[in-house]
Design a protein around this ligand. Structure first.
Ligand code: AMP
Length: 121
């Protein structure tokens, strides 16, 4: 899938629209989800034009891959979720209902999150 430079997270990375930032370094940006599904719901995105996990891990330079995943852990730590627990999730493509075609890892926490997937789906 070709990367769409007009997607909303690309606009956030370019500073064209605001976000509620929680963390930023040279590899990643993290911000609160606009429609939170848990008491804590933060998105972490890499600073690069990647749609999902497959193209990111195949095409991104090693320092970006390392830096991005390190940022996910740093953010979970900064949010105070490590002791209580948290869930990370990355939707890819139509079957996973990916809405924004820029790789993002959701971090959910702040309450017991229940089973991983809705039963029957
Ligand atoms: P996904 O279905 O995995 O692609 O998730 C996309 C997520 O992006 C959803 O949870 C949306 O609520 C969230 N989202 C969409 N637009 C924004 C925005 N401008 N700022 C923060 N989160 C957003």
């Amino acid at each position: 899938m070709l990367y769409d430079t007009g997607n909303i997270f690309a606009k956030i990375l370019r500073g064209e629209i605001p976000c509620n930032k929680v963390y930023e370094d040279e590899f990643a940006l993290a911000f609160h989800d606009i429609n939170p599904q848990a008491p804590v719901h933060v998105l972490v995105i890499p600073k690069g034009a990647y749609v999902s996990m497959a193209d990111f891990t195949a095409d991104a330079p090693a320092d970006l891959i390392t830096g991005f995943f390190r940022a996910v852990g740093t953010v979970a730590n900064q949010l105070g979720l490590v002791e209580s627990g948290y869930r990370t999730l990355a939707n890819a493509g139509a079957d996973a209902h990916q809405e924004v075609p820029h790789l993002h890892i959701h971090i959910f926490g702040g309450k017991p999150l229940g089973p991983m997937l809705v039963k029957g789906h």
